[in-house]
Design a protein around this ligand. Structure first.
Ligand SMILES: Cc1ncc(COP(=O)(O)O)c(C=O)c1O
Length: 438
């Protein structure tokens, strides 16, 4: 894909040398709100959701997209997706809480935790949220909680580990025998059989094999195995499924030379197996669910950062900026690539820089050996595709307060989260009496 077109797909465009995001001048936004600054593009979130929905609808209407909240849990993002009629996937009680707060009805929430505590389970049962268990051992504890609260057992689901994982980094591959998630093939019948004996009447199944997948064929082996397991389960235990969930993992093109995920091919890989279910009358047409996080929100956010220092150490050049791995940890944690571009193009020369954050660690490099038009101290840079696992993984390491988030829509910007202050960082700390007077 041609570079300008690649940018345009992310709603980015240079006009007379100035970078615009959703038709808004990024330099002006940096000046108005300060840096670092997370900017979220509402239109793009809606666009990605609808692209996916239309593609799914064209194959099977009884589908549900559960947005994986861990990617970006800002209330405005949740409300945008709620208004599109999305459902949600939560990985913690905190995320369930945020979705209830955003107004999602409980029946639109799936809670796929791992290493659940009894308190986690209790919160979900009290709030009528469907739980996707991660271990057989959690089932008895869950049943005790239903009994303790005097609640009727509702639907139950298990996360199945189909052993074939995929992903952009070993930390994001979530299936395989040595991976902590889900239950393996040889425990699946036992899990559902116990659930049936305990009185659950409605069932779902779930897999999530990893994150950042751009090649649809990476899903094939896992989904084939998944369906062998599902068919065996249905035949052995005589149960049907309310839903079959394929998890998330849909990648986005972080690099200009990458093509976007081919949605039609991705859905075809699912349908190749799902059609078996449609054909069987005794299955009764379960809901097909997917749980994308990154695909819906990654491209709909950039981080603006200002260069404070150009350092030439005689060996290489560093462009020192005010965003670091406290603002965006993916490059440090996964070696991930985020495209970084100037907010204002200068004519002529280009130079190679390492884009370095202010955190007191050598690993605080946001981009290595990047060829940029020559940049100067005080210039602004945009770090692209920061909407997924950006703010949600941000920290206050080195006591740097987390930056504000703004939302762009219809030519206007709205502050949707204030930047933290130093006082915010100390708000919850308490000193014992003997240290107060020191
Ligand atoms: C259970 C589950 N579902 C969905 C997702 C979303 O993944 P992605 O953002 O890659 O689509 C994750 C991510 O870790 C997950 O653990």
């Amino acid at each position: 894909m041609e570079y300008q077109e690649w940018l345009k797909k992310k709603d980015l465009e240079y006009k007379e040398g100035i970078l615009y995001y959703d038709n808004m001048d990024t330099q002006q936004l940096a000046k108005d709100y300060g840096t670092p600054l997370y900017i979220i593009n509402e239109k793009l979130i809606r666009k990605r959701y609808n692209q996916l929905k239309v593609a799914l609808n064209s194959e099977y209407k009884n589908n549900e997209i559960h947005y994986a909240v861990k990617a970006n849990s800002n209330l405005a993002v949740l409300k945008i997706l709620k208004s599109e009629n999305a459902s949600v996937d939560c990985s913690s009680v905190g995320e369930v809480y945020s979705c209830l707060k955003a107004g999602f009805p409980p029946d639109k929430i799936i809670y796929t935790g791992n290493m659940f505590t009894n308190e986690d389970l209790k919160f979900a049962v009290k709030n009528n949220v469907l739980i996707n268990l991660d271990s057989i051992s959690q089932l008895k504890r869950l049943v005790n909680i239903y009994d303790e609260l005097g609640k009727k057992k509702n639907a139950i689901s298990f996360r199945i580990n189909p052993e074939f994982g995929a992903g952009h980094h070993s930390h994001t591959i979530t299936a395989g025998k040595d991976i902590k998630f889900g239950i393996l093939d040889d425990q699946v019948v036992e899990a559902y059989s116990q659930a049936k004996k305990y009185g659950f009447e409605k069932f779902g199944t779930h897999i999530h094999i990893g994150s950042g997948i751009l090649d649809p064929s990476d899903y094939e082996k896992a989904i084939n195995k998944y369906f062998t397991i599902i068919m065996n389960l249905a035949d052995t235990l005589d149960i049907t499924f309310e839903f079959i969930d394929f998890g998330g993992g849909l990648g986005i093109p972080y690099k200009p030379e990458q093509e976007p995920l081919n949605l039609r091919q991705y859905i075809q890989v699912i349908m190749n197996q799902f059609e078996k279910v449609i054909k069987r009358e005794d299955f009764g047409g379960p809901t097909l669910k997917i749980e994308p996080g990154r695909f819906l929100v990654a491209e709909s956010s950039i981080i603006l950062t200002q260069i404070n220092t150009i350092k030439d150490n005689g060996y290489k050049k560093f462009a020192g900026v005010d965003a670091g791995f406290n603002t965006l940890i993916r490059p440090t944690m996964y070696g991930s690539y985020h495209h970084i571009i100037p907010c204002k193009l200068t004519n002529g020369t280009t130079e190679q820089y390492d884009i370095a954050g202010p955190i007191c660690e050598s690993g605080d490099i946001l981009g290595k050996a990047r060829l940029l038009p020559t940049v100067h101290e005080q210039d602004y840079l945009a770090i692209l595709d920061a909407g997924a696992y950006g703010f949600t993984m941000a920290s206050v390491y080195n006591l740097r307060p987390r930056p504000p988030e703004i939302l762009l829509i219809n030519g206007k910007s709205y502050l949707i989260r204030e930047g933290e202050t130093f006082e915010d960082l100390f708000r919850l700390q308490k000193l014992p009496k003997h240290l107060k007077k020191v």
